[in-house]
Design a binder for this molecule. Structure first.
Ligand SMILES: Cc1cc2nc3c(=O)[nH]c(=O)nc-3n(C[C@H](O)[C@H](O)[C@H](O)COP(=O)(O)OP(=O)(O)OC[C@H]3O[C@@H](n4cnc5c(N)ncnc54)[C@H](O)[C@@H]3O)c2cc1C
Length: 383
């Protein structure tokens, strides 16, 4: 019998695997995909996450592969409104690191295979779960073959449509926001360099972030979900709002997405724990979801170590974990709501008022606090 079974080898499950390997627990990560997803969702790694990556020896490789964004520029129709500097947010990582999610997952997978070779089992689709006071039994399909695994604990890191959450009967309450976006990756033809740029326009916000390889990600507010939009449509929209031209024919990723907020009613049921998007979903605007999941994993790893050693199983530390992590997720969700609110369309008459508000927030007295908020400084757990 294993100590822990982790269902889901996305960024959060892989990172928890690294942490458990370092603590000497026996575990396996069960992942249905044959390889890392090529769809790039998250790009932002915040300083608290980089500090956690240090614990598993993955920070240096991440920093080498990514682009450190040391400041964010806010622009309005009339030009630059202000700049937010991240210099004071962390002594070692005074930046938000931009690294596409599939590269981050590859990096974590490589580190996991060094720390615990063969602990990641791909092409394993978990189908059911039962538990007693002593153990959890998971049944899965590995290719055509049925397989049964037992562990003292199971962790559902299986994403927002979590099967583990459904099997546990845990409700996932929340809502879909009216805000939708179109995003795409293009060669960087701007002079922005390694800065993030937020362009506030009466038609809605346009955000852009530098990517490795001299490319840039553009994210534009859209009045409705533009699932059939082309790269040329995004290029036209960007030109209208920013006056900049991105080469549509060289688009390497295009995706339209909607925004949601959901939270599990609890992250603990018996010997099963939910983490990452399986436990909470926040709007991607502000780039916090994956980072929140890593913070869950970092808070959970020492508790799992204690729990596998302790007899009888004391549920209180894990109950406290669940309450604290759901509080953190609520805070991140509120933050994302403010970010979305700031980027919504406005009648042109009100644009100057929004700019004045932002100018006030970017004054030297309030800017450091704002930088802390945008880099998730508030979120680092004690252990
Ligand atoms: C457009 C967009 C931009 C984003 N940008 C950011 C950002 O900049 N920063 C940030 O922090 N977050 C961002 N996010 C959020 C981030 O992508 C998610 O929070 C993150 O992927 C959650 O990781 P996870 O490991 O919890 O879940 P997932 O990434 O969903 O991984 C779950 C894994 O479980 C596997 N799985 C599911 N069911 C089973 C099963 N039955 N058996 C076996 N395996 C299973 C899946 O194949 C998958 O690999 C963004 C999201 C979107 C949509």
């Amino acid at each position: 019998m294993l100590d822990v079974l982790i269902v889901g080898g996305g960024p959060v499950g892989l990172f928890l695997g690294c942490l458990l390997a370092q603590r000497g627990l026996s575990f396996q990560v069960l992942e249905r995909r044959t390889a890392t997803s090529s769809h790039s969702r998250a790009v932002g790694l915040h300083p608290p996450a980089l500090e956690l990556f240090e614990r598993v020896g993955a920070a240096q490789a991440a920093v080498q592969a990514g682009v450190p964004v040391r400041s964010g520029v806010l622009r309005g129709p009339g030009g630059v409104v202000g700049e937010l500097d991240f210099a004071g947010v962390s002594p070692r990582y005074p930046f938000v690191l931009v690294l596409p999610q599939h590269d981050t997952e590859k990096l974590l997978e490589a580190r996991l295979s060094e720390l615990a070779p063969h602990s990641l089992r791909r092409s394993v689709v978990v189908q059911s779960l039962t538990q007693t006071n002593e153990r959890v039994t998971v049944r899965a399909l590995e290719g055509e073959a049925e397989t049964t695994l037992q562990a003292r604990f199971v962790v559902g890191a299986d994403g927002r449509r979590s099967l583990i959450r459904s099997l546990l009967g845990v409700a996932f309450r929340g809502r879909t926001y009216p805000d939708t976006y179109l995003m795409g990756d293009f060669p960087d033809t701007t002079a922005y360099g390694s800065r993030a740029v937020l362009q506030l326009d009466s038609g809605g916000i346009v955000e852009s972030f530098p990517l490795p390889g001299q490319r840039r990600r553009w994210v534009a507010y859209t009045p409705s979900l533009r699932l059939t939009a082309s790269a040329a449509d995004l290029s036209t929209l960007l030109a209208e709002r920013t006056g900049l031209h991105v080469p549509a024919q060289e688009c390497s990723m295009l995706s339209a997405f909607e925004t949601r907020r959901h939270a599990a009613q609890t992250m603990l049921r018996g010997r099963a724990v939910l983490i990452g998007d399986a436990a909470h979903e926040v709007s991607p605007i502000g780039g916090q979801g994956m980072n929140l999941g890593w913070l869950d994993a970092a808070a959970l790893a020492p508790l799992l170590e204690q729990a596998v050693q302790g007899q009888p199983f004391d549920t209180r530390p894990l109950e406290q974990f669940s309450a604290a992590r759901l509080r953190s997720a609520r805070r991140a969700a509120r933050q994302a709501e403010i970010n979305m609110w700031l980027g919504r369309p406005l009648t042109p008459l009100l644009v100057p008022a929004r700019e004045a508000l932002m100018r006030a927030a970017l004054r030297p007295i309030s800017a450091p606090k704002l930088a802390d908020v945008f880099t998730m400084r508030w979120s680092l757990p004690a252990s």
